[in-house]
Write a protein that binds this ligand. Structure first.
Ligand code: ADP
Length: 502
């Protein structure tokens, strides 16, 4: 087993991997930008290396600096987390070239799954259902119109190289097709340097349901059930749950086997997720494969009892999967709310310093966060504050516990989407499990219908809270605050073997 691992990431996912390392007795190495000098992941890691200025293009995305830090620290493996370089085949290859183990799939698998057309073709060859559409890039506007008519409107125009919602257009009729083609192609050309486009059927009100898989380097594959991720805003997930309220054991097996076939098609190993769209008739279609640990992995951990970050490390170290498909038992229900520093009305990111911070606790509550009171939410990175996860014996207990946890959660100083989650959780259609990727646009009323008095009451409550907290801080007597050496004491107090209190 590895003795030391470098985590090429920041925020909650870096903290998550540091925890897995500590559980396994492995030393962890953090990297950080100038903006993250005091970040939680830096405080918790055993060692930390500065990799440059705040913009990620000059720090978290600079391959040479990261590999340098890994070499200097004596780490034997690199965990990419998610985002940043996690799905960059070039990075995975560079890590290997430097004699280090990449904790993820082989570069060829990342490359193939990163190309939506190549992935689509491989799925068709492996008998995995894909959304009906073209198998080759479309060329010429007239030809594209013919194809779109064949597929049947509405259609979705997608860039082969697309990702993060870029290079994607919904087209409802012939009139819209030319401008959509040009728009998608030029967006894809400038974002990915590749303007290949294809056309597929646009499914009305699909669900997004994905399957977690694990595969080792010895050809063993297992699936760990599904996650329902239909609650999205701007094509990004906000609430996920496992299992899905609509997937029965037969469908789970069919989707699981399709996911394993998808993984086998690219000789995959490590943890991965195969995403599907599911239509009203419960037919599922391959959407894409994410070749990394996903944000929402904790809900699968809760219902299977597995630690996916630990599994990833074991697989990278060459161990065989200890579990067979029949050993995987799903029990209970888990929900995850992504807590963002963002405006709950228009979903725009918010920035600032977290002033007061108190995390919820109690039965069935897990929280993966990368912040603390006094931490900065900057413009440079994703504004995810934490992932609040609850577990219950069934869906209604998990929801009740989530409502309790959201109510207990205190975050002042930055605007968050906690109230948005509360609203969603109490919606009758959510409670019934009637979900689709259009749920938010269909059901979420912007709070602009709130009366003026309501707005005033909210403002007064916020001001009072702020005043109370400021006074609390001022009530310290001078001698109460002992001089400490920067944040070193706090940093050390979180580490095993250090018993000295602050
Ligand atoms: P990206 O890689 O840019 O994130 P995806 O192909 O994963 O794009 O699609 C993102 C989201 O867009 C899906 O979760 C779904 O909500 C919607 N979507 C994609 N393809 C279709 C389709 N054919 N029909 C309906 N919705 C789709």
């Amino acid at each position: 087993m590895f003795k030391k691992i470098l985590i090429a990431n920041r925020g909650e996912i870096a903290v998550r991997v540091i925890r897995a390392c500590r559980d396994m007795g492995i030393k962890s190495v953090a990297i950080f930008s100038d903006a993250d000098k005091y970040a939680q992941h830096v405080r918790l890691a055993d060692e930390a290396y500065n990799v440059g200025p705040a913009p990620s293009a000059q720090s978290y995305l600079v391959v040479e600096k990261i590999i340098d830090a890994a070499k200097q620290s004596g780490a034997e493996a690199v965990h990419p987390g998610y985002g940043f370089l996690a799905e960059n085949a070039g990075f995975a290859a560079e890590v290997a070239r430097a004699g280090l183990e990449f904790i993820g799939p082989p570069p060829e698998a990342i490359e193939m799954m990163g190309d939506k057309m190549a992935a689509r073709r491989a799925m068709i060859d492996s008998g995995v259902p894909v959304v009906p559409g073209t198998e080759k890039p479309v060329k010429g506007e007239e030809k594209s119109i013919e194809i779109a008519k064949d597929v049947g409107f509405p259609v979705m125009i997608k860039a082969a190289a697309g990702g993060g919602g870029k290079g994607m257009r919904v087209v409802k009729s012939v009139d819209e097709i030319k401008s959509a083609l040009r728009g998608a192609a030029s967006e894809a050309k400038s974002a990915f340097g590749d303007d290949r486009i294809y056309i597929e059927k646009y499914l009305p009100q699909p669900r997004h349901i994905e399957i977690q898989i694990l595969a080792d380097k010895h050809g063993n594959y297992i699936y760990l059930g599904e996650r329902e991720c239909s609650i999205q805003r701007r094509h990004q997930k906000v609430i996920e749950e496992a299992p899905s309220p609509v997937v029965d054991s037969k469908m789970r097996q069919q989707m699981g086997e399709a996911a394993v076939a998808a993984a086998k098609a690219c000789n995959y190993f490590n943890a991965g997720t195969v995403e599907f769209l599911v239509d009203k008739d419960m037919k599922f279609y391959f959407l894409e494969m994410n070749t990394r640990l996903q944000v929402e992995h904790p809900i699968t951990e809760m219902i299977t009892g597995l630690d996916l970050a630990v599994e990833q490390i074991k697989i990278a170290a060459g161990e065989k999967l200890a579990l067979k498909q029949d050993d995987i038992k799903i029990s209970g229900h888990a929900i995850e709310c992504r807590v963002y520093a963002e405006d709950p009305v228009d979903f725009l990111p918010a920035t600032g310093t977290i002033r007061n911070y108190r995390e919820p606790a109690g039965p069935g509550v897990r929280i993966d966060s990368g912040v603390y009171g006094g931490a900065e939410i900057s413009v440079y990175y994703d504004p995810l504050i934490s992932k609040l996860v609850t577990y219950g014996k069934d869906r209604s207990q998990a929801i009740a516990r989530m409502e309790r946890a959201l109510a207990e959660y205190l975050i002042t100083g930055v605007t968050t989407n906690l109230s948005f989650h509360m609203k969603l959780l109490e919606h009758p259609e959510f409670l019934k499990g009637n979900l689709s990727t259009h749920f938010i646009e269909e059901h979420y009323k912007k709070p602009d219908e709130l009366s003026n008095e309501h707005h005033l009451a909210i403002a007064v409550a916020a001001a009072l809270d702020d005043f109370k907290n400021k006074n609390k801080a001022l009530s310290f007597k001078k001698g109460d605050l002992k001089k400490t050496d920067g944040n070193n004491n706090w940093k050390m107090s979180g580490r095993p073997g250090v018993t000295k209190a602050l």
